[in-house]
Design a binder for this molecule. Structure first.
Ligand code: ASP
Length: 345
């Protein structure tokens, strides 16, 4: 496995990683990415060609919207034939949503798209940004005799590469800010880069890249809590234009058995709203029917989110609604792993 001769495009979208301290004023300001190679001379040692581009106005990731995911996917599409791999620099707050969305937007991806960021700005003395950026580039440049080693959207943070659509931000302070509890990490960075090939996504056929650009944002997320009232559930499900709901349930997909609860869900489903059962636990899977408190949901034919994260469920719903998947097939398609975002069975 080597990194030589790869052409890598770095796309800066915003976030803490791209900030430097202005020593005169002490304030954090956006880094000039045109000067990237000069400012991080370590990148010269990587034996690959690096170009950098940036969103015109860098965004804090709380301001990233689905149209920005499409913009990003389009930038990757435009550079797809020229570059061997892509590194996306992004704020960590909504990074898992963007990584999930990109995985659905970029169908038949055969090249690495590695998204990373940092907890401290690149100009900070104790920054985690340099290691994250340099290793992300190295992973994006990795090739073997068959071409790119990684052929999926990965998220690199604090010595680990994860499948992007399996991640969740779990810590607002620690350098180890992300976890992927339902899928093992793909690469580990120590003295050497250790690639766990058995966990990598293997796109089946050599089909051309298809970049989807339609997302339908008429979705909502509702987390159950003891004491949730009928008005709250009804209020969310009767939101104007709502097409789908991610219902965050307890444990292995359990919910109250109260008749009003079941009735409100039944009405929504008969009004054509897709309801996905996703567990509010960080790890593990929904298994409707395992407990009595989920048999009512099974009878309602709720969609099983299996072990998908809420972030990936939101992105998958927006993608499937955008693609106008027929209501008759919606449950089957959602319950199928499209990009390794959930277990198969
Ligand atoms: N608020 C920042 C963002 O998500 C935090 C970060 O970059 O880590 O854009």
């Amino acid at each position: 496995m080597k990194t030589g001769n790869s052409n890598i495009l770095i796309i800066y979208t915003g976030g803490t990683i791209g900030m430097v301290k202005d020593y005169a004023s002490g304030a954090l300001k956006a880094f000039d990415f045109k000067g990237l190679l000069e400012s991080i001379p370590e990148l010269h040692q990587l034996e690959c060609q690096i170009d950098a581009t940036s969103f015109e106005v860098p965004l804090d990731s709380s301001n990233m919207h689905p149209e920005d995911w499409v913009r990003l996917a389009t930038m990757i599409e435009q550079g797809y034939d020229h570059y061997d791999g892509f590194v996306v620099l992004h704020g960590s707050d909504t990074m898992s949503y963007t990584a999930s969305a990109l995985s659905f937007l970029l169908e038949n991806l055969q090249k690495p798209v590695i998204i990373t960021g940092s907890q401290l700005p690149i100009g900070d003395l104790r920054t985690d940004a340099k290691e994250n950026l340099i290793t992300a580039v190295q992973i994006a440049a990795l090739k073997n005799e068959n071409g790119p080693v990684v052929r999926e959207v990965g998220l690199y943070f604090e010595y680990k590469l994860y499948r992007g659509n399996r991640t969740t931000k779990i810590n607002a302070e620690h350098f180890e800010a992300f976890a992927s509890l339902n899928h093992p990490h793909l690469v580990e960075s120590g003295v050497h880069l250790k690639v766990f090939s058995q966990f990598l996504w293997a796109p089946k056929k050599r089909k051309p890249l298809v970049v989807h650009k339609k997302l339908n944002t008429n979705v909502a997320v509702l987390k159950l809590f003891p004491g949730i009232g009928e008005q709250v559930l009804r209020g969310v499900l009767s939101s104007k234009g709502l097409k789908a709901l991610v219902l965050e349930t307890y444990g292995s997909g359990n919910a109250p058995s109260d008749s009003w609860f079941v009735e409100v869900l039944r009405e929504a489903i008969s009004n054509g709203i897709h309801i996905v059962n996703v567990t509010q636990c960080s790890g593990g899977s929904v298994m409707m029917g395992q407990y009595e408190t989920s048999t009512q949901l099974q009878q309602l034919q709720l969609i099983s989110g299996k072990d998908i994260t809420t972030e990936a469920a939101v992105a998958k719903l927006m993608y499937m609604l955008g693609a106008e998947v027929h209501p008759r097939h919606f449950k089957t398609v959602f319950e199928t792993s499209l990009r390794g975002e959930m277990h198969q069975n």
